[in-house]
Design a protein around this ligand. Sequence first.
Ligand code: PEP
Ligand code: MG
Length: 908
Amino acid sequence: MAKYVYFFGGGHADGNESMKELLGGKGANLAEMAGHKELKLPVPPGFTITTEVCNYYYAHGRKYPDELKEDVNKSVKRIEELMARKFGDPVNPLLVSVRSGARKSMPGMMETVLNVGLTEKTIPGLIRQSSNERFVYDSYRRLIMMYSDVVMEKAAGIEPEDNMGIRKQLERIMDELKKKKGCKTDVDLTADDLKELCKLFKAKVKQVLKKDFPDSPEEQLWGGIGAVFASWMGKRAVSYRRIEKIPEEWGTAVTVQSMVFGNMGNDCATGVAFSRNPGNGENRFYGEYLVNAQGEDVVAGIRTPAPINEDSKSEHNKELISLEKWHPELYKELFEYKNRLEKHYKDMQDIEFTIEKGKLYMLQCRIGKRNGTAAVKMAVDMVNEKLISKEDAVLRVAPVQLDELLHPVIDPKLELSAAVLAKGLPAGPGGATGQIVFTANDSVEWKKQGKKTILVREETSPEDVEGMRASEAILTARGGMTSHAALVARGWGKCCIVGCGAIHVNYSKKEMKIGDKIFKEGDWITLNGTKGNVYEGKLTMMDAGSENKLLNDFLKMCDSIRKLGVMTNADTPDDAKKARQFGAEGIGLFRTEHMFYGKNSEEPLFRLRKMIISKTEDERKKALAELAPYVKKDIKATIDAMDGLPVVIRLLDPPLHEFVPKEKDKLQHLAKELKISMEELEKRAEALHESNPMMGHRGVRLGVTYPDVTEMQVRAIFEAAAELLKDGKKPYPEIMIPVVCDVAELKHQFEIIKRVYAEVLKKYQIKEIKHMLGTMIEIPRAALLADKLAEVSEFFSFGTNDLTQMTFGFSRDDIGGFLPDYLNKGMLADDPFQTIDQSGVGELMKFAIERGRKTRKDLEVGICGEHGGEARSVEFCHKVGMNYVSCSPFRVPIARLAAAQVVVKEKK
Ligand code: PEP
Ligand code: MG
């Protein structure tokens, strides 16, 4: 018979940390903390109902397995024994919390109900027990608020009118009462005030939801359990799962746990802490706590929490007394527990704790979320501390987190002269600029219109998650480093500032005030999420530098593990230099045509145009002779910048008509130079027009039609190399032919190349220039005939942009019109132009590699399509036995990491 309920407490646990799939992250970690012999921490006893029950519940029309009731009752009994209290007992009542817990943490996405078991009958008992009437009614009003919202409204599927859910209505009643009694905060309400409030609450619940608030502990317990399961399919959870790609069948577990109270008086508190700083990775204990409060108060960001120690102090909480000063002995105990936990889990821990009447309880621990900077620092530090191995360290940083490290920052010069409008807590690093929006919906809508937004809120709630995702950055007035906004943003590596007390948001007017200044929806602001600074207007962003010692140390660890080479796609000496700083081991794709675009391209472009428009052989030869020095100079500078590393130079690829000018004056200049009339020029340009240029006169086909174009390029390459050799350099060009579909094309081109090579050797009086000749694989036919191509080709480089285009028959320039539909309808899991389609394109690649290597054992194989810098594709390239990947300079670090991760994963 399946075991549906796992108990923990009293130094024992049925489950452990490895059972996350069954118990959820929270349940598994509670079991570990409570039961593992190295830990045995003071965890209030409880039990976890497994994720299998969640799946059963949905598969059986929201019904539980028959035996669940009895299992739950038995476990409640065990809690009662350990706590020496009884659930529903009028004298000595036990209260429990009911919490959700999926395999992976989904901050704030699902439901929690606290103080379950408080009823008219048990209230007097708890008052006697705690000698604190105020606390009991405060707990009761919280139960009514949470329960009516979570169980009676959301789980029951009731859609409130005008967005005025029961919780908001109850909050309004509470605010009115506070106003009436002249109270500033919740803490100022007296026991009698709260008693009155509970009455008002219950009446409101009855009026709005047409049901009495349940006064039976069992009904409350089962209501809570059902609501947690129901929340798995709640709107927020579903949308978060979609973004995070969490499968629906994982389900959530439910943990029922004995309540301990951080709100029983001024000798009680609750807090959240990280064993290391999640914002910068420093190995310093970091956390916040609130006296006389329940856990939800810290995360909700309603009151500013106090720091647990000196290291946790900030602008906003520096006046508040730290836990270390308030109760040094409890701080010491907590510090010891965090050490034990970190040593045990060998990773940074995110801890929740409660102090009830001077006793410390551990309520939760989990691997803490961190941003990219912190992830890299912790990984490197933990290796140095001998806590983890290099292999473990490599898995600690997600490839997207590196992206975040290399993310834009505000141009430092501009930032220096910009006035800081307001300061908040630096919850998510990097810089961002955008137009202000005040609602999550607006953020989503504006993004659709291609606008960049910054979502400004008093505080965020889980309902805002889609909008947070759509914005460039998030700015909130309230909350600490552990508030919802901070947690979510950190998980995504998004720029975020929280607790920015200087901003005052007026949602109805869609504006915010900072001092005397008013900012309206659509106004531009800029955030520095690393410092917590808010600036007026639009400041320019800059790429982050590559001079990051920690990152370099980390990437060197990756290099010592990975097998796959990492090259770069670079078309200019500047790009080549940058890529080398990022660790590229050569250029895997130098697109020759790029010298005809952008900076300094006027001169060579004009000569290329002359060549294109030429009609006679004479005309063309003359134009080519003029063009050659430019090509040679460019190639030489790039090979030189790579200083002995290989440079794969691809011969001219795009259809020639792309280069024909459109402007009249340029056409006239060309006609004059060629000594032909405008009519003649237009006729020649017209003749170059193609209906489907992507499959037209491009790639190797140009070299077949115009062998002297190939000849000019190849001579430029070899002469550049020869001159470098003479200068004592170590040039290593590899010549690559694009858009090949048959070996005959290669043979034709290689013959020219070999002849020119011999001529250059002779001209420069040298014996040899180290080089290789190869082909791109971009057409399915080339993949199928790989064995033949390998007869002459020394290397293959997969051009997966074209290979994807031609395998799917999806034009790479026109996918915008239909690909989103395929993705939204779930017909394709990923954009195949971003991540290699392993089942189609990937199969062709595998086939080509196998066939190619059958003919030529040492065939070198790489990839130079955009996929070469995408983590999952890099893993695939390793698995199919490629020698290297090549990607844009900024993605080189990601490829180095992904290539190392796949090696470690394979070993595990
Ligand atoms: C490719 O097709 O993948 C490739 C690298 O070439 P291009 O993008 O220049 O067509
Ligand atoms: Mg291509």
